[in-house]
Design a protein around this ligand. Structure first.
Ligand SMILES: Nc1ncnc2c1ncn2[C@@H]1O[C@H](COP(=O)(O)OP(=O)(O)OP(=O)(O)O)[C@@H](O)[C@H]1O
Ligand SMILES: [Mg+2]
Length: 197
């Protein structure tokens, strides 16, 4: 049997007064494109924060390529190839487009990032937002910021990419550009829909 790329097993997470996630399990195979659906407050962003190592679940396991990650941190998630484009774009307005693309990389990785930056900018353009690498991010619209974070998530050897409501600020033709880019991942295949309630 092929080991799944990702397994989330029996994840539970509560905040004071709120049970955000209760026994959620999720499996992702290589190339699989899945939808996570649920109304406002259903726990989608909370689950993705756990996948990105920035929230620790109360119960349950994150298993990446068969290895249980006991103390999963953002650094470990990055090392495991997990990339998340958060609902609120994590962009530093004082920096340029290019500098934002390599946020979180070591100086060596930044030096070697030329091709990935080029690809990310091509992806952003394909979504309908031609951006200049040297431009400041300060003046970008919410849709452009989302496109930048999506392209960043898809670049740099990503293995598992999660997009958290990335197209809410976009027009229809931009949304189509994002979906086309997602369908262009290596060996894409239809996944399933997980509904959180
Ligand atoms: N840091 C936090 N502190 C307290 N409660 C939180 C925190 N983060 C999320 N919650 C609560 O957990 C529940 C799940 O929130 P979450 O943001 O994961 O939902 P969502 O499905 O992403 O919703 P939306 O569609 O509005 O983005 C909500 O009741 C929310 O208020
Ligand atoms: Mg959310």
């Amino acid at each position: 049997m092929v080991t799944p790329l990702l397994e989330l097993q029996n994840i539970a997470k509560s905040f004071p007064g709120v049970r955000a996630l209760n026994d959620v399990s999720f499996t992702l195979e290589r190339g699989e494109i899945c939808t996570l659906a649920g109304e406002n407050g259903a726990g989608k962003s909370t689950l993705l924060a756990i996948l990105g190592g920035s929230l620790v679940p109360d119960h349950g396991s994150v298993i990446i390529e068969g290895t249980v990650r006991q103390h999963f941190t953002p650094r470990q998630a990055l090392a495991d190839g997990v990339r998340i484009a958060h609902q609120e774009p994590a962009i530093v307005p004082q920096l340029t487009v290019e500098q934002n693309l390599v946020l979180g990389r070591t100086s060596r990785q930044r030096r070697d990032a030329g091709k990935d930056i080029e690809q990310a900018l091509a992806d952003v353009a394909q979504m309908g937002f031609p951006l200049n690498a040297k431009a400041s991010v300060r003046g970008l619209s919410p849709a452009q910021r989302h496109a930048l974070t999506i392209a960043r998530a898809l670049a740099f050897g990503a293995k598992i990419v999660a997009l958290d409501e990335p197209t809410t600020s976009m027009l229809e033709h931009n949304v189509e550009g994002v979906l086309n880019r997602v369908r262009n991942c290596p060996h894409p295949r239809g996944g399933y829909h997980l509904r959180l309630t």
